[in-house]
Design a protein around this ligand. Sequence first.
Ligand code: RRO
Length: 318
Amino acid sequence: MSIRRRPSVSTSNVVDSTVRVGTVALANPVMPASGTAGHGTELHKYVDLASLGAVVVKSLAAEPWAGNPPLRVHQTPAGMINSVGLQGPGVARWRADELPALLATGARVVASIWGRGVDEYRRAAELLADAPDGVVAVEINLSCPNLSGHGIFAQSAVDSAAVIAATEVVGRPRWAKLTPMVTDLPAIAAAVVDAGADALTLTNTVPAMSIDPETRRPRLGGGAGGLSGPAIHAVAVRAVHDCRAALPDVPIVGVGGIARGVDAVEMMMAGAQAVQVGTANFADPRACARVRDEMVEWCRTHGVTSMSQLTGAAHGHE
Ligand code: RRO
Protein backbone atom coordinates (compact mmCIF):
# COMPACT_ATOMS: atom_id res chain seq x y z
CA MET A 1 0.00 0.00 0.00
CA SER A 2 1.41 3.36 -0.94
CA ILE A 3 1.34 6.13 1.58
CA ARG A 4 -0.02 9.36 0.20
CA ARG A 5 1.93 12.28 1.54
CA ARG A 6 0.62 15.79 1.66
CA PRO A 7 2.59 18.10 -0.59
CA SER A 8 5.19 19.59 1.73
CA VAL A 9 5.05 23.32 2.26
CA SER A 10 8.64 24.53 2.42
CA THR A 11 8.90 27.32 4.95
CA SER A 12 12.42 27.97 3.66
CA ASN A 13 10.81 29.71 0.69
CA VAL A 14 9.55 32.40 2.99
CA VAL A 15 12.14 34.75 4.39
CA ASP A 16 11.18 36.99 7.30
CA SER A 17 13.09 40.20 6.54
CA THR A 18 12.06 42.11 9.65
CA VAL A 19 14.79 43.21 12.04
CA ARG A 20 15.08 45.38 15.13
CA VAL A 21 17.72 47.96 15.96
CA GLY A 22 17.00 48.13 19.66
CA THR A 23 13.45 49.43 19.94
CA VAL A 24 13.27 50.42 16.27
CA ALA A 25 11.45 47.81 14.18
CA LEU A 26 12.35 47.76 10.48
CA ALA A 27 10.64 45.88 7.65
CA ASN A 28 14.07 44.87 6.36
CA PRO A 29 17.67 45.62 7.32
CA VAL A 30 18.65 47.85 4.36
CA MET A 31 18.84 51.64 4.38
CA PRO A 32 20.88 54.21 2.47
CA ALA A 33 23.84 55.59 4.40
CA SER A 34 23.79 59.21 5.47
CA GLY A 35 25.06 61.51 2.73
CA THR A 36 24.29 59.14 -0.12
CA ALA A 37 20.55 59.74 -0.53
CA GLY A 38 20.30 63.51 -0.12
CA HIS A 39 18.06 65.16 2.44
CA GLY A 40 14.69 64.13 1.03
CA THR A 41 13.09 62.15 -1.79
CA GLU A 42 16.05 62.28 -4.21
CA LEU A 43 16.17 58.48 -4.65
CA HIS A 44 12.40 57.92 -4.72
CA LYS A 45 12.18 57.88 -8.51
CA TYR A 46 14.54 54.90 -8.51
CA VAL A 47 13.52 53.08 -5.32
CA ASP A 48 10.25 53.02 -3.38
CA LEU A 49 11.66 54.54 -0.20
CA ALA A 50 8.89 52.96 1.87
CA SER A 51 10.18 49.55 0.81
CA LEU A 52 13.52 50.11 2.55
CA GLY A 53 14.19 49.52 6.22
CA ALA A 54 14.54 53.27 6.68
CA VAL A 55 16.05 56.28 4.95
CA VAL A 56 18.98 58.01 6.65
CA VAL A 57 19.30 61.59 5.49
CA LYS A 58 22.49 63.59 5.13
CA SER A 59 23.74 65.05 8.39
CA LEU A 60 22.10 68.30 9.46
CA ALA A 61 23.38 71.05 11.70
CA ALA A 62 21.18 73.34 13.72
CA GLU A 63 21.90 76.08 11.17
CA PRO A 64 22.40 76.00 7.37
CA TRP A 65 25.93 75.11 6.30
CA ALA A 66 27.45 75.71 2.85
CA GLY A 67 29.91 72.82 2.79
CA ASN A 68 33.23 72.63 0.98
CA PRO A 69 34.24 73.97 -2.46
CA PRO A 70 34.33 71.61 -5.49
CA LEU A 71 35.53 69.05 -6.38
CA ARG A 72 33.70 67.13 -3.69
CA VAL A 73 34.04 63.55 -4.86
CA HIS A 74 36.74 61.59 -6.65
CA GLN A 75 36.63 57.98 -7.79
CA THR A 76 39.46 55.77 -6.57
CA PRO A 77 40.40 52.27 -7.79
CA ALA A 78 38.31 50.67 -5.03
CA GLY A 79 35.76 53.24 -4.02
CA MET A 80 35.37 56.94 -3.60
CA ILE A 81 36.89 59.80 -1.68
CA ASN A 82 34.64 62.70 -0.68
CA SER A 83 34.88 66.07 0.91
CA VAL A 84 31.34 67.39 0.80
CA GLY A 85 31.88 69.29 4.03
CA LEU A 86 28.50 68.72 5.67
CA GLN A 87 26.43 70.88 3.34
CA GLY A 88 22.86 71.16 4.54
CA PRO A 89 19.86 73.45 5.03
CA GLY A 90 19.81 73.20 8.82
CA VAL A 91 17.24 71.25 10.86
CA ALA A 92 14.43 73.83 10.74
CA ARG A 93 14.47 74.31 6.93
CA TRP A 94 14.81 70.54 6.45
CA ARG A 95 11.74 69.93 8.58
CA ALA A 96 9.78 72.53 6.64
CA ASP A 97 11.01 71.87 3.09
CA GLU A 98 12.12 68.22 2.82
CA LEU A 99 10.76 66.07 5.62
CA PRO A 100 7.03 66.28 4.74
CA ALA A 101 7.55 64.90 1.22
CA LEU A 102 9.92 62.25 2.52
CA LEU A 103 7.39 61.07 5.11
CA ALA A 104 4.65 61.17 2.48
CA THR A 105 6.47 58.39 0.59
CA GLY A 106 5.80 56.17 3.60
CA ALA A 107 9.50 55.94 4.46
CA ARG A 108 10.71 55.58 8.01
CA VAL A 109 13.24 58.36 8.48
CA VAL A 110 16.47 58.44 10.43
CA ALA A 111 17.67 62.03 10.86
CA SER A 112 21.40 62.63 11.22
CA ILE A 113 22.89 65.55 13.11
CA TRP A 114 26.31 67.14 13.52
CA GLY A 115 27.80 70.15 15.25
CA ARG A 116 31.11 71.94 15.78
CA GLY A 117 30.75 71.60 19.53
CA VAL A 118 28.56 70.04 22.20
CA ASP A 119 26.22 73.05 22.26
CA GLU A 120 25.59 72.86 18.50
CA TYR A 121 24.73 69.15 18.75
CA ARG A 122 22.37 69.95 21.63
CA ARG A 123 20.70 72.69 19.59
CA ALA A 124 20.20 70.38 16.60
CA ALA A 125 18.70 67.76 18.92
CA GLU A 126 16.37 70.34 20.48
CA LEU A 127 15.12 71.32 17.02
CA LEU A 128 14.24 67.67 16.32
CA ALA A 129 12.60 66.95 19.66
CA ASP A 130 9.04 67.50 18.39
CA ALA A 131 9.59 66.02 14.92
CA PRO A 132 6.88 63.65 13.64
CA ASP A 133 6.91 60.02 14.79
CA GLY A 134 8.02 58.97 11.29
CA VAL A 135 11.49 60.12 12.35
CA VAL A 136 12.13 56.80 14.04
CA ALA A 137 15.70 57.46 15.21
CA VAL A 138 18.46 60.04 15.09
CA GLU A 139 21.99 59.21 14.05
CA ILE A 140 24.49 61.32 15.95
CA ASN A 141 27.33 61.83 13.46
CA LEU A 142 30.46 61.98 15.60
CA SER A 143 32.85 61.05 12.83
CA CYS A 144 32.84 63.36 9.80
CA PRO A 145 36.42 63.66 8.53
CA ASN A 146 35.74 66.85 6.54
CA LEU A 147 35.18 69.70 8.96
CA SER A 148 38.28 71.82 8.59
CA GLY A 149 39.77 73.08 11.82
CA HIS A 150 37.90 70.49 13.86
CA GLY A 151 39.01 67.03 14.77
CA ILE A 152 36.81 63.96 14.70
CA PHE A 153 34.71 63.83 17.88
CA ALA A 154 34.67 60.06 17.83
CA GLN A 155 38.43 59.92 18.33
CA SER A 156 37.81 61.01 21.92
CA ALA A 157 35.68 58.90 24.24
CA VAL A 158 35.19 61.88 26.55
CA ASP A 159 34.07 64.29 23.81
CA SER A 160 31.82 61.68 22.21
CA ALA A 161 30.15 60.86 25.51
CA ALA A 162 29.55 64.56 26.14
CA VAL A 163 27.78 64.92 22.79
CA ILE A 164 25.61 61.87 23.43
CA ALA A 165 24.66 63.14 26.87
CA ALA A 166 23.77 66.55 25.40
CA THR A 167 21.46 65.11 22.73
CA GLU A 168 19.13 63.20 25.06
CA VAL A 169 16.60 65.98 24.54
CA VAL A 170 15.81 64.57 21.08
CA GLY A 171 13.62 62.00 22.83
CA ARG A 172 14.00 59.10 20.41
CA PRO A 173 16.57 56.36 19.81
CA ARG A 174 20.06 57.67 19.12
CA TRP A 175 22.57 55.81 16.97
CA ALA A 176 26.16 56.98 17.49
CA LYS A 177 28.11 56.98 14.21
CA LEU A 178 31.77 56.29 14.89
CA THR A 179 35.06 56.33 13.00
CA PRO A 180 37.28 53.27 12.57
CA MET A 181 40.34 55.52 12.88
CA VAL A 182 41.02 54.83 16.55
CA THR A 183 43.21 52.37 18.39
CA ASP A 184 40.42 51.01 20.61
CA LEU A 185 37.02 51.28 18.95
CA PRO A 186 35.15 49.12 21.51
CA ALA A 187 36.29 51.53 24.25
CA ILE A 188 34.82 54.51 22.36
CA ALA A 189 31.69 52.45 21.68
CA ALA A 190 31.33 51.60 25.37
CA ALA A 191 31.69 55.28 26.29
CA VAL A 192 28.88 56.42 23.99
CA VAL A 193 26.61 53.60 25.12
CA ASP A 194 27.26 54.51 28.76
CA ALA A 195 26.37 58.10 27.88
CA GLY A 196 23.00 57.03 26.44
CA ALA A 197 23.46 55.91 22.84
CA ASP A 198 20.94 53.21 21.91
CA ALA A 199 22.90 51.78 18.99
CA LEU A 200 26.16 52.15 17.07
CA THR A 201 26.54 52.95 13.39
CA LEU A 202 29.85 51.46 12.26
CA THR A 203 31.54 53.07 10.50
CA ASN A 204 32.06 56.40 8.81
CA THR A 205 34.61 56.92 6.03
CA VAL A 206 38.36 56.57 6.52
CA PRO A 207 40.37 59.82 6.39
CA ALA A 208 42.17 59.85 3.04
CA MET A 209 43.61 62.06 0.30
CA SER A 210 44.16 62.07 -3.43
CA ILE A 211 46.70 64.31 -5.20
CA ASP A 212 46.77 65.11 -8.92
CA PRO A 213 50.41 64.72 -9.99
CA GLU A 214 49.88 67.14 -12.93
CA THR A 215 48.76 70.04 -10.78
CA ARG A 216 50.60 68.87 -7.66
CA ARG A 217 47.47 69.73 -5.70
CA PRO A 218 44.82 67.79 -3.83
CA ARG A 219 42.05 66.78 -6.18
CA LEU A 220 39.28 67.71 -3.75
CA GLY A 221 38.39 71.31 -2.96
CA GLY A 222 38.42 70.52 0.73
CA GLY A 223 41.95 69.13 0.49
CA ALA A 224 41.66 65.80 2.23
CA GLY A 225 38.53 63.65 2.41
CA GLY A 226 36.94 60.38 3.48
CA LEU A 227 37.43 57.06 1.70
CA SER A 228 34.42 54.79 1.21
CA GLY A 229 33.31 51.83 -0.87
CA PRO A 230 34.87 48.39 -1.38
CA ALA A 231 38.25 49.64 -0.10
CA ILE A 232 36.88 49.93 3.44
CA HIS A 233 34.45 47.01 3.59
CA ALA A 234 36.81 44.74 5.52
CA VAL A 235 37.66 47.61 7.88
CA ALA A 236 33.97 48.08 8.68
CA VAL A 237 33.38 44.34 9.10
CA ARG A 238 36.22 44.23 11.64
CA ALA A 239 34.82 47.25 13.48
CA VAL A 240 31.37 45.65 13.71
CA HIS A 241 32.84 42.32 14.74
CA ASP A 242 34.99 43.79 17.52
CA CYS A 243 32.21 45.94 18.95
CA ARG A 244 29.76 43.04 18.88
CA ALA A 245 32.32 40.89 20.72
CA ALA A 246 32.90 43.55 23.36
CA LEU A 247 29.28 44.73 23.67
CA PRO A 248 27.07 41.83 22.60
CA ASP A 249 23.82 43.46 23.71
CA VAL A 250 24.33 46.74 21.87
CA PRO A 251 22.56 47.00 18.49
CA ILE A 252 24.81 47.79 15.53
CA VAL A 253 24.11 49.20 12.09
CA GLY A 254 26.92 48.14 9.77
CA VAL A 255 28.09 50.39 6.94
CA GLY A 256 31.10 50.31 4.64
CA GLY A 257 31.48 48.96 1.12
CA ILE A 258 28.15 47.12 0.94
CA ALA A 259 27.30 46.80 -2.74
CA ARG A 260 25.78 43.29 -2.92
CA GLY A 261 23.43 41.23 -0.84
CA VAL A 262 26.27 38.96 0.20
CA ASP A 263 28.22 41.98 1.53
CA ALA A 264 25.25 42.79 3.75
CA VAL A 265 24.99 39.17 4.88
CA GLU A 266 28.67 39.28 5.85
CA MET A 267 28.16 42.51 7.79
CA MET A 268 25.25 41.01 9.71
CA MET A 269 27.22 37.87 10.47
CA ALA A 270 29.91 40.16 11.93
CA GLY A 271 27.29 41.42 14.36
CA ALA A 272 25.07 44.03 12.72
CA GLN A 273 21.27 44.07 13.16
CA ALA A 274 20.90 46.23 10.04
CA VAL A 275 23.04 47.69 7.28
CA GLN A 276 23.50 50.85 5.28
CA VAL A 277 24.41 51.07 1.60
CA GLY A 278 26.45 54.16 0.74
CA THR A 279 28.91 54.50 -2.12
CA ALA A 280 27.07 51.90 -4.21
CA ASN A 281 24.16 54.37 -4.56
CA PHE A 282 26.37 56.66 -6.65
CA ALA A 283 27.00 53.96 -9.26
CA ASP A 284 23.47 52.53 -9.08
CA PRO A 285 20.67 54.57 -7.49
CA ARG A 286 18.68 51.34 -7.14
CA ALA A 287 21.45 49.72 -5.09
CA CYS A 288 19.52 49.64 -1.80
CA ALA A 289 16.59 47.74 -3.31
CA ARG A 290 18.93 45.40 -5.17
CA VAL A 291 20.93 44.64 -2.01
CA ARG A 292 17.67 43.97 -0.13
CA ASP A 293 16.42 41.62 -2.85
CA GLU A 294 19.79 39.85 -3.08
CA MET A 295 19.73 39.34 0.68
CA VAL A 296 16.33 37.67 0.44
CA GLU A 297 17.61 35.43 -2.34
CA TRP A 298 20.75 34.57 -0.38
CA CYS A 299 18.67 33.59 2.63
CA ARG A 300 16.31 31.54 0.47
CA THR A 301 19.12 29.57 -1.15
CA HIS A 302 20.87 29.03 2.19
CA GLY A 303 17.80 27.94 4.16
CA VAL A 304 17.78 31.04 6.36
CA THR A 305 14.17 31.78 7.25
CA SER A 306 14.72 34.98 9.21
CA MET A 307 17.29 37.65 8.41
CA SER A 308 17.69 38.42 12.09
CA GLN A 309 19.28 34.96 12.46
CA LEU A 310 22.28 36.25 10.51
CA THR A 311 23.28 38.71 13.21
CA GLY A 312 26.48 37.64 14.91
CA ALA A 313 26.57 34.27 13.14
CA ALA A 314 30.34 34.54 12.64
CA HIS A 315 31.01 34.76 16.36
CA GLY A 316 32.48 31.75 18.01
CA HIS A 317 34.13 30.68 14.75
CA GLU A 318 37.09 33.07 14.73
O1 RRO B 1 29.79 65.86 4.39
C1 RRO B 1 30.84 65.21 4.39
O2 RRO B 1 31.88 65.64 3.87
C2 RRO B 1 30.93 63.90 5.05
C3 RRO B 1 30.29 63.56 6.23
BR1 RRO B 1 29.09 64.68 7.09
C4 RRO B 1 30.55 62.31 6.84
O3 RRO B 1 30.04 61.94 7.92
N1 RRO B 1 31.41 61.48 6.22
C5 RRO B 1 32.01 61.80 5.06
O4 RRO B 1 32.80 61.01 4.54
N2 RRO B 1 31.75 63.02 4.49
